[in-house]
Design a protein around this ligand. Structure first.
Ligand code: HEC
Length: 137
């Protein structure tokens, strides 16, 4: 159990990354969250450009830990520990951005936080893959 918690449901991939093996619904859910991540990053960036800190606070909050409330436990068990850390870390950085906006921090300073957050996107994509299941399950 502890072993599984650390390792997750993984296999080697053809491109040197780690395949994380999810069923169709789990994979669809994660990829949907990913597309939402991209929307959130764009929306926070755009709100920062407009110096609209109210919107930054709201959008970043929605992309933070609050967004994890509906993620099924069975799915978490399949994610390797490193991926979970990067995922939760990214949620936490969105929460930090929301808090910074609430405090009225300079938009340029908050943009630096967004730049750093996006290094998490890059790091995770460089390491993990979600292969399409061969059969629907
Ligand atoms: C915890 C790991 C992790 C983090 C952090 C992460 N991603 Fe992903 N993302 C993935 C994986 C794994 C895939 C699937 C990649 C593959 O199979 O080649 C993916 C796929 C995507 C896709 C494609 C979605 C689709 O429908 O195919 C988008 C867009 C995306 N991520 C955006 C982002 C953005 C933007 C961020 C940062 C805000 C981010 N991701 C952070 C792991 C992560």
């Amino acid at each position: 159990m502890a072993y599984k918690f650390t390792k997750g449901s993984v296999a080697a991939s053809t491109d040197g990354r780690i395949n994380v093996i999810l069923n169709k619904n789990e994979r669809d859910l994660v990829l949907d969250e990913m597309r939402q991540f991209l929307i959130s990053v764009q929306a926070v960036s755009s709100a920062l450009t407009n110096k609209d800190l109210k919107s930054v606070e709201k959008i970043a909050h929605e992309a933070g830990m609050a967004a994890e409330a509906n993620t099924p436990g069975a799915l978490f068990q399949k994610l390797p520990l490193g991926m979970k850390k990067l995922g939760f870390g990214t949620r936490g950085l969105f929460d930090d951005i929301s808090a910074a906006a609430k405090e009225g921090k300079e938009p340029l300073e908050i943009r630096k936080q967004l730049d750093a957050l996006m290094n998490n996107c890059i790091a995770c994509h460089a390491t993990y893959r979600l292969p399409e299941p061969v059969v629907a399950n």
